[in-house]
Every structure is written in C-alpha cells, then in structure tokens.
Design a protein around this ligand. Structure first.
Ligand SMILES: NC(=O)c1ccc[n+]([C@@H]2O[C@H](COP(=O)([O-])OP(=O)(O)OC[C@H]3O[C@@H](n4cnc5c(N)ncnc54)[C@H](O)[C@@H]3O)[C@@H](O)[C@H]2O)c1
Ligand SMILES: O=C(O)[C@H](O)COP(=O)(O)O
Length: 532
C-alpha cells in the first residue's frame, strides 16, 4: 500500500482518483512546520504540495520511502530540485492547468490598475462618494509589453489584442514568425521598457530574470506607465519599483507575488495607494485547482505504480513519439546494465553505451538512464533510479560515453554496454529486442550467445575441456538445481570459455563455491535480473 501526504490545500475533487485508488492511502495534513514534516515524512511514498510547503533537503533526506513530490501548479521554486535529483526523488508539476486562471488574473489586475478599482471600492464602502480622484485610462490603443511569452504570457497577449492594444513581446524562444502569427511585435527588453504603457511579466524567477526590471529600466520608462507582476516575486525589483512609483515614473503597479511570502506588515507595497496587491491568487480558481490536482494525481499514481509518466521537472522532457520508440527497450537496457556489472568484480571507470540500428536515430538519453540504473543497481540497490542514475555515476567520477553506430551485426537493433574497468579489462554485454521473440542477450564479453534474460542465471567462466558441461550439470543436479537452458561460448578449442545457465530457482552460495572448486572453472556467479 502506498501512502501519499497532502501538505497544502489541494482540491478534494481533483485528488479523488488518488483517494479512490485501492493501493493508495491519502492523508491531508496542512500547515506543518519543517520539523513536523521531517518527523512524519518517513512513512510516505508521495508528497503533494502547492507553493506554501517549502520542500527542503532535510525533508527529502528524511523521506526514506519518498518516490515522488507532486506540485499541484507550475512553479517548483519551493522544492529543492537538486536535492531531490541526488536522492532519486521524482518531482512533477502540472504545467497547463494554471495558464488561463493566471492570465485572467493578470488581466484583471491590469484593468483594476487602469480604473483604480480597489482604491475606488475602498473609498466608496467607507462612505465617501469621490468621483474626482479616480480618473482612469483606457487599454484601447495602448502598448502592452509582455516579458515571457510562454503559456501565460501568450494568453495575455491574445486577450490584449482583443482589447485593441498593441503588444510587444520578448522571450528568448519567441521567433519573428510566431510573433507575426500572433499579431504582436517581437521586441527587446529595452524596446519594451522604453515604449510600453503597461508591462506584465510572465517568466520564471531565474538568475537571469531576477530584477529584469530594476532601477536602470525604470529610469527610461514612459512617465505614467503601469506594471504588473503575476509571475514570481523578484522578477521586478521591489525597492526599485517603490522608488519609481515615488518618482512618478510608475502611475500604478499590481503585484500578486512577493519576494518573501507572505510579506511583512511593514512591506512598502502595503501602504502605497498606487500599488495594488493580491495574496498570490493567480491560480486560485475552482477550475484551475481541480485541473492541476487531477493532472498531478494521475502522474503520482503512475510513478508509484512504476508506470510511464510525464511532467517530471528533474528529468529532461521527451517527446511522446520518441518515448514510444524507446519504451520497449527500457527493461532490456536495465538488464544489460545489471548483467554487465555482475560479471565483474573490478571497479568501473567508464560506461560506454553503443546504440545501433533502429536506436541510432532517436534521442536515447532516457534509455541511457535505465542502462545506468541497471549498472549501478549492483552497488546502490533501490537507491538508484532513472532520476539519479546519471548524477550518481558522475558523482563517482564514472565517465559516461554514448555512441551510435550503423553496424548491427545482422540485428535490427543492438545495444552494447561496455564497462571499462580499473584493472584495464572490459565487461561487455550486448542485447537486442527480436520482433515476436522479445529480449535476447547476444554477446557477453568476447563471446556470442543467444540468451533470454529471465529467471535465475549462473555465469561461469572456465577452460574449454571435454566433460565440463557434464560435471557442472551433475553438480547442480546433486544440489537439486534444475537447468532450464544452457549457453556455451568459446573462441578456440581448449581455450577460454563461458557457460550461462538458466535455472529454476535461486542457487545457494555453497553450490557456487562448489562450482569454483571444479578444476576447469575460474568463476561462478549468480546473476540477479530485474523482476520484470
Ligand atoms: N501568480 C500565480 O499564482 C501563478 C500561477 C501560475 C504561474 N505563475 C508563474 O508564472 C510564470 C510563467 O508561467 P508559464 O506557465 O507561462 O511558464 P512558461 O514556462 O510557459 O513560460 C515562461 C516563459 O518565460 C520565458 N523566459 C525565461 N527566461 C526569460 C528571460 N530572461 N526573458 C524573457 N523570457 C524568459 C521562457 O522562455 C518561457 O517561454 C512562472 O514563474 C510561474 O511560476 C504564477
Ligand atoms: O506556480 C504556480 O502554479 C502558481 O504560483 C500558483 O501557486 P499556488 O498553487 O501556491 O497557488
């Protein structure tokens, strides 16, 4: 049974699928401190958060069973991604569900600014009928600058066009062609700050976007411009903004987000009549909360059940078309890695993966992560997974080399995993997926084999001598170990050879020791394969 902790207010309707799952127990505990979370997190396999819970390294370290942190929303700046990756914890978000809601909030803020709605409301309800102080401006024919033309920025731009605004957009990924299609003008940050009547920011907070609008930008703005931040506190420098408002450069500012949330009661935004604020409400609509909770619950279920999932933020995204090509090879890749690691005892210095045939034309990085997981699982056990396998290998100075080649040795696809060892030797395992027959190991070190990697395997290296097969068979038989299949490989008559036996049950250690006592046998090892 999996246990999932919900530590922020997340829509009950949205997480219903998780609650209804037979193999999951969901517990809601809102508003816990870091210490409280550290105390209880060891019980849980999954953690669901919004932005209130700061998921620190200490919490992740205490989460002995933690497999996934699900963010019901977009921003993952409250989650220590680096620490999650190191610990092999998958972090997923719900990137699409908050788009329209936040776009509409930004637009509402822009209109509220243009017509002084919060200030006029406050005065009216206080009993003062003041029609003179709140002369507004129209959006029509004004220039809106949008910094960050991703999901939300693009929706804002679309609506601004419908209001008759001219839109200037900046985003490192915005092309002239896309801008033209949207009916907006591709501009630089400098163009925007000099020409816009309204500016709205829709970028994440990164070292590059922190303070993208600051003193220097305010200095060249049109006097009387208005500015909106419904993205992340810090994208617009808060102190520089207050200064620009006081200097009359900025006629009004609307902020949904703050550098530190919640802001202190003496925060300069909170007593400035030209600055309107909301408490990070961009995503707070019934529809958005349901959408993000549904999205994230579905992916958490997949991850807990070891099924394919999407929206991981600490694994590079993969196009569905590429994923569907790679998916069938994941288990084979992991098995090749684990076999290569188990047929040697020497320390691994380099892992060389070669893809040939069908696999040479696709981005194989996700498959490489599975192979690395297989290699490292010998020493890391369940501590290694596809999130941290690359990181763990690099952290141990194991060099990873991936190559593609046209030579397939007659197979339609071929994966070769070569471990370069400290003693100068190599441990090589090659495998293929045969249409209609499934997984096959076709090479072990310099020997060609044809082996189905299932069940229990025994790997024996020996000298090729008449009678050795009989001796091994008799020894195993005497110990009640039944042989299901056997493969032998040799390069020369009487030379070095290998034997790989598929047996029906786990082989006791003492039987392996007896095998090594046979004069022809050099090594005898059981190879543990994956359960599926
Ligand atoms: N207020 C809220 O409640 C709320 C709700 C949802 C999202 N957000 C925030 O809004 C922001 C945007 O969300 P989104 O879903 O549109 O994300 P998105 O990833 O679709 O778009 C962000 C865009 O910013 C661009 N960008 C990155 N660096 C840039 C730079 N230096 N200059 C210009 N553009 C840059 C990216 O290229 C990307 O296109 C995020 O920070 C998100 O956390 C806030
Ligand atoms: O990044 C987001 O999705 C928004 O900032 C919303 O945050 P919230 O889920 O805490 O409202």
């Amino acid at each position: 049974m999996f246990k999932v902790l919900v530590s922020d207010p997340i829509s009950d309707l949205g997480i219903q699928k998780l609650v209804d799952a037979d193999d999951v127990v969901v517990e809601k505990k809102i508003g816990l401190s870091e210490e409280e979370l550290i105390q209880i997190i060891p019980e849980y396999d999954g953690l669901l958060v919004r932005s209130q819970t700061t998921v620190t390294d200490k919490i992740l370290a205490a989460g002995e069973r933690l497999k996934v942190v699900g963010r019901a929303g977009v921003g993952v700046d409250n989650i220590n991604l680096e620490a999650a990756t190191q610990r092999g914890i998958i972090v997923i978000n719900a990137p699409d569900g908050n788009t329209i809601t936040t776009c509409e909030h930004a637009f509402a803020m822009m209109m509220a600014l243009a017509r002084h709605i919060p200030q006029a409301y406050a005065k009216t309800v206080s009993g003062v009928w003041d029609r003179k102080s709140f002369l507004g401006v129209e959006l029509h024919h004004k220039t809106l600058g949008v910094l960050g033309m991703g999901r939300i920025g693009s929706e804002v731009a679309k609506r601004a066009k419908a209001f008759g605004m001219e839109v200037l957009g900046f985003d490192p990924f915005l092309t002239e062609e896309r801008a033209e299609k949207m009916g907006i003008t591709l501009a630089s940050v400098d163009d925007i700050v000099r020409n816009a009547d309204f500016i709205t920011v829709h970028t994440p907070l990164t070292p590059e976007t922190r303070g993208i609008i600051s003193t220097d930008q305010f200095a060249v703005m049109k006097k009387g411009m208005r500015i909106i931040n419904c993205a992340r506190g810090g994208v617009i420098d808060e102190n520089a903004l207050v200064e620009a408002v006081n200097q009359g450069i900025v006629a009004g500012a609307a902020f949904d987000v703050f550098e530190h949330e919640p802001p202190q009661p003496d925060h300069p935004f909170l007593n400035n009549p030209k600055i309107i604020v909301t408490p990070h409400l961009g995503a707070s609509t019934v529809e958005a909360q349901e959408n993000v909770a549904i999205d994230v619950s579905e992916q958490v279920l997949h991850i807990l059940r070891d099924e394919p999932f999407k929206n991981a933020v600490n694994i590079p995204p993969v196009a569905p078309s590429v994923m569907s090509k790679l998916q069938p090879y994941f288990v084979l890749g992991e098995k090749l890695g684990t076999v290569a690691a188990q047929i040697t005892n020497a320390a691994i210095q380099e892992i060389v993966v070669n893809y040939a045939g069908d696999l040479s034309e696709v981005d194989t990085q996700p498959l490489t992560r599975h192979i690395l997981k297989g290699v490292l699982s010998r020493h890391f056990g369940s501590d290694v997974n596809i999130v941290n396998s690359m990181h763990l290998a690099k952290a141990r100075q194991v060099n990873i080399v991936v190559s593609k080649s046209a030579t397939t040795k007659g197979f339609t696809n071929l994966i070769s995993v070569a471990l370069k060892l400290e003693n100068g030797e190599e441990s090589i395992v090659g495998g293929t997926l045969l249409a209609g027959y499934g997984e096959r190991i076709v090479q072990i070190n310099k020997f060609t084999v044809d082996l189905e990697p299932t069940g229990h395997l025994i790997y024996i290296s020996h000298h090729d001598k008449p009678g050795i097969i009989g001796k091994v068979g008799t020894l195993l038989g005497n110990n009640d170990v039944n042989i299901a299949a056997m493969q032998v490989g040799r390069k020369t008559v009487g030379g070095e050879a290998i034997m790989v036996l598929s047996v029906d049950k786990e082989v006791p250690k003492k039987v392996l020791e007896e095998l090594v006592q046979l004069p022809e046998v050099n090594t005898a090892q059981e190879i543990a394969l994956l359960s599926k």
